[in-house]
Design a protein around this ligand. Structure first.
Ligand SMILES: [Zn+2]
Length: 310
């Protein structure tokens, strides 16, 4: 395979071994032994692994073929052996590459074990920068664990990078800051599949983490960018429910974000407090099916805080 990209920065893995520390309390409470991974075929040579009976760690996309195996995201560390076992049932080839869609622990916590198994980890420049800074100040973001040195992405990119692997053109592009400022969108062009990580796609209330550079404006812009990349039949793989979405789902999610953002913004401009905006129920017609692990109150509060900053 060959790799070509713009302004690629290759980071060197450190030689100092450190211990995995700082796992978030919510993850400590989770019983990973009860989570079984289900393998679904998405296209020729392309699969997704999702947690049956609940998908707390988000999906993993697997490209398998003659060149080996490439994964998108590494999930939580306790899921590592289950991931390897599921991949081994798909292909006898070694796992060679791992792309992190962004820095959150449910997408990166398995990095260390993958790196120790010889897997090369790729992510946006800001994923490595932020994970490195959290190593020196681990309390900065409790949603992301402090990773061992070798778990940091070994190859980083700034704008885009393309893998030619397993007969597939895997185009990885960084949108402007959206869910975080280190998001990657992964387009499997031959298969007509786009893995969007935690960018908007699935029909639940999305999160955007301002502490790591995210914003609702960025989420809407990222949705527009993905829609431009997609065709009418493109499958959209999102990290959480439902794992396989359609372009129509993505359009609906973008439209919902615009409507609710504008309502919250007009409330802020009218001088309303958060409580007053919440009382106006700006998400009313979208509630119900979008309340998957996120309440309207959480979503509107995040919007209010984000839009109040500007
Ligand atoms: Zn995330």
């Amino acid at each position: 395979m060959t790799v070509c990209g713009k302004k690629i920065l290759a980071g060197l893995l450190g030689l100092i071994l450190t211990c995995l520390a700082g796992v978030a309390p919510a993850q400590q409470a989770r019983d990973f032994s009860k989570i079984e991974l289900e393998t679904r075929r998405v296209s020729d040579g392309l699969y997704l692994l999702a947690g049956a009976g609940g998908n707390p760690g988000g999906i993993i996309t697997v490209s398998a073929g003659a060149d080996g195996v490439l994964l998108v995201d590494s999930q939580f560390a306790p899921m590592h052996q289950k991931i390897r076992d599921a991949v081994a049932k798909i292909s006898p080839q070694p796992i060679r590459f791992l792309i992190n869609t962004h820095l959150h622990g449910d997408h990166t916590e398995g990095n260390e074990l993958m790196a120790k198994a010889g897997v090369l980890i790729i992510a946006h420049d800001n994923v490595r920068k932020r994970l490195m800074s959290q190593r020196s100040s681990p309390a900065a973001n409790s949603r992301t664990p402090t990773l061992a040195q070798e778990a940091l992405p070994a190859v980083t990119y700034s704008d885009s990078i393309t893998f030619h692997f397993n007969g597939e053109e895997i185009y990885i592009v960084h949108p402007d800051p959206a869910h975080t400022d280190g998001d990657s969108v992964i387009h499997f062009r031959r298969a007509n599949v786009i893995h969007v990580g935690d960018l908007p796609s699935s029909l639940r209330y999305p999160t955007f983490e301002t502490g790591n550079g995210g914003s609702v404006h960025g989420m809407i812009a990222a949705a527009e960018r993905i829609l431009k990349m997609a065709g009418p039949d493109t499958k959209i793989l999102s990290s959480h429910e439902p794992p396989v979405a359609t372009v129509k789902d993505l359009q609906e999610q973008r439209d919902m974000l615009i409507v609710v953002r504008d309502r919250v913004l007009s409330g802020i401009r009218a001088g309303k407090t958060l409580e007053q905006v919440l009382a106006s129920k700006p998400t009313a017609e979208f509630d119900g099916r979008r309340e998957v692990g996120r309440t309207p109150v959480q979503f509107v509060t995040e919007l209010y805080d984000d839009l109040s900053r500007k």
